[in-house]
Structures are given as C-alpha cells and as structure tokens.
Design a protein around this ligand. Structure first.
Ligand code: B12
Ligand code: SF4
Length: 463
C-alpha cells in the first residue's frame, strides 16, 4: 500500500475559460513533494486530475479505500476539493490538505471533513506527518510543526510554523516522471504550435502588494543556484524536448547578478529555449537585463501594471511607478520581447479619473496583450483587512471562492464591464489611427458609448 496518494482538485474539463486558452501546466508543488518523499523512502502515488474527470478519481478513492490522501488546494478549486474530501472520507481516507487556499481557511476545511491542513512548504512537514499519522492517528498530532488539526474533543490545534527550507538546491527537482507530461506538451503544441514545460528558480516574494497572497512562502525570497537551475533546464530539454519553458517565478528578474550568471551558463551549454515569465517593471529598469532576457529566448514578459494612476499604485503599495512600466514596455519591445500586461479595476479608492488614467497609460504603453480583472480581496491579505467590514459573498462559502467576494458600496460589476469596454475601444482606436482612420473613428465612438453607459450606472453599487 502506498504511504500517500497525492492529487489536486483541478479538472480541465470543468474549466470553460481554460478550455478556450488551453495552456495547462501541472501543479509543481505536488511534483516537488512527490520527489522529496520518494527520496525519503516513502511510497507515493500521484493522481494528476488535469486531464481526467472527477468520477475517475472518485472510483479510485473507492477502490483503494483507507489510505492517506494529500490534496493541493488553491483559490479556484474549493468546490471540487470539498467534493473530493467528502468522497475520500466516506471511503475511510485520512485527508491532508496543502497549498494557499487551505492555509487561508484551515478551520473551514477541517470542519468540512479534512483531517490535517499543512501550512507552508509541504516537503518536510509531510515527511514528519506521514509516520505520525500511522502511529498516532490524525487527532494527536501535537508538535508536528506546520500543521493544523482537530483533537479528539473537536478543538482546533494550531502547531507552530515550520521553518522554511533554507537551501532549495538540497531538495530534488519536481517528480515529472510521475505524470504524463507529454500530454501537457501535446495539448500546448496542438493549440499553440509550441510545447511548454514549467519550472521555478526561486520561492517567495519579499514585496508587499496589498492584494497579493503570501499564504505559502510568506515574505521570504529564496533562490536556487543558477547551476542547479541550468541543470534542470538541460534535463527538461533532453527528456521532454519542449519548444519553450515557463519560469513560474513570482518575479523572475528580481536578482540581476543571478540572472546574468544563469543566462551565461545557459549560453555556455548552448541551451536556448524560448520562454515566457512574469516580473516587475522596477526590476527590469536596465538595458542589460532586457538584452539578457532577449538573448536567453524570452519572447514575452508579463508585467503586473495594475493601474495607470500613481495614486492607486501607491494605495496598493506596489512600489512601482507608472513611468517605470511605460519605460520597460517600450524597452522590452525594442529588444524584441512582447509585453503582456495585467490590469486591475475597482481597487479601493479608484475613481473615474484613475480609470481614465489607466486607459491613457495602456495607450501610452501599447502592450502586445493585456488582461483585466476586477479586484477581489483574498483572505488574509492587507487588502482584505482594509475592506473586511464590507466584504460579503452572494452564495455559500462552499460554492464560491475568494474571487466571488463582493465589496459593499463599490461600483457594480456592470460599471467595470463598461470601463473595460471603454479601455478596449480606446486602445483599438489608438492602434488603428494611422492605418485606418475611419475604423479608428468608429472605435472611438464605441469607446464614448461605453463611457456613457458606465456613467449611467455610476450610482449602482455592489450589494
Ligand atoms: C505560476 C502561477 C500561475 C500560473 C499557473 C501555471 C502553472 N501551474 O504553473 C497562471 C499564470 C496560469 C496562474 C493563474 C492563476 N493564479 Co496563480 N500562481 C502561480 C504562482 C506564481 C506559482 C505556482 C507555483 O508553481 N508555485 C511553486 C510551488 C512549489 O509552490 P506551491 O504550489 O505553493 O506548493 C508548495 C506548498 O503549497 C505545499 N503544497 C502544495 N500542494 C500540497 C499538497 C499537500 C497535500 C501538502 C501537504 C502541501 C502542498 O508544498 C509545496 C512545496 O513546498 C503562484 C505563486 C507562488 N509563488 O506559488 C500563484 C498563485 C498560486 N496564483 C494565484 C491566483 C490567485 C491565480 C489566479 C486565480 C489569478 C487570476 N486572477 O486569474 C489564476 C487561477 C488559475 C487556475 N485555474 O487555477 C494565487 C493563489 C491564491 C490562493 N489563495 O489560492 C497565488 C498564490 C499568487 C498570489 N500570490 O496571490 N497562476
Ligand atoms: S504581486 Fe508580485 S511583486 Fe507583488 S507581492 Fe505579489 S508576487 Fe510580489
């Protein structure tokens, strides 16, 4: 019998938005845990739910009843995770949860059937927890650091935090052999002509953007050595032969000298794999960084631009200026790197002038692609704390997510929908101006209509 069955609650067939995008990646956290436990002599099974259906997992939980189930949770997967817990418990499994979502809601998950919630990194905690579960059961886990559980009386016991793994080179690479990685690569190739594999070069981010969740890694920042990362890239290229990689770091260019050494090492090994990644504008304010990214094969850099209003960026404690984002966008494009931009509507304090400033900013930058979201407060973020007395859910906690949080008194969803249309038509008009002035005029007209519609619902607020 295996010591633990690891899985997650993400099923691509249930995610219509992702089915339109089709850029799936496996959950790296589970792969790291699998590799670490195996090295420690544990027997581990991994059920990757991405390309399968709930019923298949449920059937396995019934067939192999009675083991330890380790489940990764994030903000998107609450509902399937609750369902999996229900089926697992009905079949005698001990359920251990990890990842950012259960770290934010340990009590809620324990009260709904989970046995243990692991807070923070899972590798060392599970290595200690699995033997403890086997000898002491799930209600006497006092002293197993990094866990929260319920004792026999039903009281919630919060053990002390576990220190983070100091040397990331000391842990094995993600256990990609346990999943069908070629399926991910094939899906990518089928839909985008390029097969992609994800990896990380660091854990955690020291910045304090008020809406960002630091539930797993806190505010630490720990880097792997550039040699270990280069070895992993080489291994990925040799074994899986993808056409590109995704560095899934929080801020890929946070450490300039590390980046330069990593790039030089890849070059020495003739390892040039195109890639996409995310970073902050203020950590790319040098030509040499952008030149290095381009030389390494970076074809698209994602920047959290968020707002074109400095007042709002400051309220977010983003630590970036509008001018930095504008400079980096132009400079990256000059180096042949596309820019993807994330923008946020409706952050606390945002007014009409800030929305107009964001629209001007996007025109100024003219990124290759941009995505917008209406701000949502994630539990235990400073943003959540600021609006806590006005946060609500329109449905039960069990059937919603933190993305469904409404903020009483904030503009309605319709308001931001029109703001979004205003933005998109303005940007389209700007792009068409020289080539097709008539089409540009039409776009400008639609932008004005969207703006009017937005002002017409100005008084509507979230319930
Ligand atoms: C890359 C990434 C993405 C990629 C996903 C591609 C991919 N899979 O690589 C993209 C850009 C698509 C994305 C999208 C989104 N993301 Co994202 N993403 C990340 C990011 C930066 C890295 C994920 C990663 O690989 N981490 C590295 C691994 C090693 O860490 P880990 O998964 O946490 O695993 C460790 C522990 O959690 C624990 N653990 C994990 N599983 C288990 C299981 C058990 C049993 C145990 C005991 C422990 C355990 O041990 C692991 C190893 O120590 C994280 C931030 C971060 N640094 O983690 C955000 C993050 C996970 N994303 C987040 C969010 C909000 C989103 C979106 C909702 C954003 C949006 N508005 O659309 C979407 C949702 C997409 C979806 N359908 O799920 C939040 C989640 C917050 C929350 N409370 O759940 C995070 C934490 C960012 C943040 N700081 O706010 N994301
Ligand atoms: S948004 Fe990005 S830069 Fe800001 S704290 Fe989160 S990970 Fe760090």
């Amino acid at each position: 019998m295996t010591d633990v069955l690891l899985t997650h609650g993400y099923f691509l067939n249930e995610d219509e938005k992702e089915q339109a995008i089709m850029k799936p990646y496996p959950p790296l956290g589970l792969l790291y845990i699998s590799a670490y436990l195996r090295r420690g002599g544990f027997s581990v099974a991994l059920f990757d739910s991405t390309f399968t259906r709930r019923a298949v997992l449920f059937e396995r939980l019934q067939r192999e009843a009675g083991g330890v189930l380790g489940l990764y949770t994030n903000l998107m997967t609450r509902q399937p995770v609750l369902d999996i817990i229900r089926v697992a418990k009905a079949n005698g499994w001990t359920v251990v949860l990890g990842g950012p979502e259960s770290a934010n809601y340990p009590v809620e998950y324990l009260r709904r059937g989970a046995d243990v919630v692991v807070i923070g990194e899972g590798e060392e905690t599970l290595s200690e927890l699995l033997p403890a579960l086997a000898t002491r059961g799930s209600q006497r886990l006092h002293g197993v650091v990094g866990t929260v559980f319920q004792d026999e009386s039903g009281a919630i016991v919060i053990n002390p935090e576990r220190p983070q793994i100091a040397n990331l080179d000391s842990i094995p690479w993600p256990d990609r052999a346990q999943i069908d990685l070629s399926h991910y690569i094939d899906v990518w190739r089928q839909h985008h002509g390029m097969g992609s594999v994800n990896l990380i070069t660091a854990r955690g981010c020291p910045y304090k953007c008020r809406w960002c969740s630091h539930a797993v890694f806190g505010f630490s920042h720990r880097r792997r050595s550039y040699l270990d990362c280069a070895d992993e890239v080489e291994h990925i290229k040799t074994v899986y032969q993808p056409d590109q990689v995704w560095y899934a770091d929080d801020v890929f260019t946070i450490h300039r000298s590390w980046l330069l050494k990593f790039a030089a090492e890849l070059k020495r090994r003739h390892l040039r794999l195109p890639f996409e990644t995310i970073s902050r504008a203020d950590r790319m304010m040098r030509e040499d960084i952008l030149a290095t990214l381009a030389e390494m094969g970076c074809y698209r850099i994602w920047i959290g631009s968020e707002s074109g209003s400095q007042r709002i960026l400051d309220a977010m404690e983003r630590g970036v200026t509008v001018e930095q984002v504008q400079w980096v966008t132009k400079a990256a494009q000059r180096h042949g790197i596309q820019v993807g931009m994330f923008l946020m509507w409706g952050y606390e304090g945002e007014e009409l002038a800030d929305i107009a400033a964001t629209i001007e900013h996007v025109k100024q930058c003219n990124p290759d692609i941009f995505f917008t979201t209406v701000a949502y407060p994630i539990m235990h973020t400073p943003y959540y704390d600021t609006v806590a007395d006005r946060v609500g859910l329109l449905e039960d906690w069990d059937t919603s997510t933190d993305r469904h949080h409404v903020i009483r008194g904030r503009h309605s969803r319709a308001y931001y929908k029109y703001a979004d249309q205003w933005l998109r038509h303005e940007v389209a008009a700007f792009r068409l101006e020289a080539a097709d002035p008539i089409a540009a005029l039409q776009q400008r007209h639609e932008a004005q209509q969207a703006q009017c519609a937005m002002l017409a619902v100005d008084a509507e607020v979230e319930a």
